[in-house]
Design a protein around this ligand. Structure first.
Ligand code: IMP
Ligand code: MG
Length: 181
């Protein structure tokens, strides 16, 4: 059981949509002329973001998913990244965009990039909806970032706390209440 908490809105659904539109234009410019971009979503947190992002992309795309786990069910990264589900398709010689929900310590993204780079894609770029630079332990940065946020635990827009709140349309921060303390 988790302690009682409330969720305070941090980034509105409207602000997210506007940011995705701008990011999609930059991605289109970078990958202009691609025969087909492989958009790789990191499960499960990126599923809402990837759904909105690909619908803003005026490029031929295919979508694949990879599941890596570093968080278990709690609020702390285990720093040990396991691949729970690999891509269905090969990426050798392909244009690839990896889509992550949050870069926190950086362990997940750096592990995934190492794995995918070894498969020799033609181009490999990364986008993260959220970035918590103050939490970084591995020096890595996504090529595109939706929003930089402070060291807060956030939920919504695909992102969970103990598997809850993924369906919130906005990004909110978790605030524990003192009820019962
Ligand atoms: P990293 O390996 O520490 O960079 O962890 C990245 C992953 O941790 C993200 O893909 C999220 O799944 C999860 N994560 C990091 N911060 C949060 C948060 O504030 N709320 C929910 N999940 C988070
Ligand atoms: Mg994740």
């Amino acid at each position: 059981m988790t302690q009682p908490y409330v969720i305070d809105e941090m980034i509105s659904a409207k602000a997210i949509a506007a940011r995705i539109e701008a990011l999609a234009q930059e991605i289109e410019a970078t990958f202009a002329g691609t025969d087909k971009l492989v958009v790789v979503g990191l499960l499960r947190g990126s599923f809402v973001f990837i759904a909105d992002l690909v619908r803003e992309l005026g490029l031929p795309v295919e979508v694949d998913f990879l599941e890596a786990s570093s968080y278990g069910s709690g609020m702390e990264s285990s720093r040990e990244v396991r691949i729970l589900k690999d891509l269905r398709g090969g990426i050798e010689g392909r244009d690839v965009l990896v889509v992550e929900d949050i870069v926190d310590t950086g362990y997940t993204l750096s592990h995934v990039l190492k794995l995918l780079t070894a498969r020799k894609p033609a181009h490999l770029r990364t986008i993260a909806l959220l970035d918590k630079p103050s939490r970084r332990e591995v020096p890595i940065r996504a090529d595109w970032i939706g929003f930089e946020i402070p060291d807060e635990f956030v939920v919504g827009y695909g992102i969970d706390f103990a598997q809850a709140n993924r369906n919130l349309p906005y990004i909110g921060k978790v605030r524990f209440t003192d009820a019962g303390a």
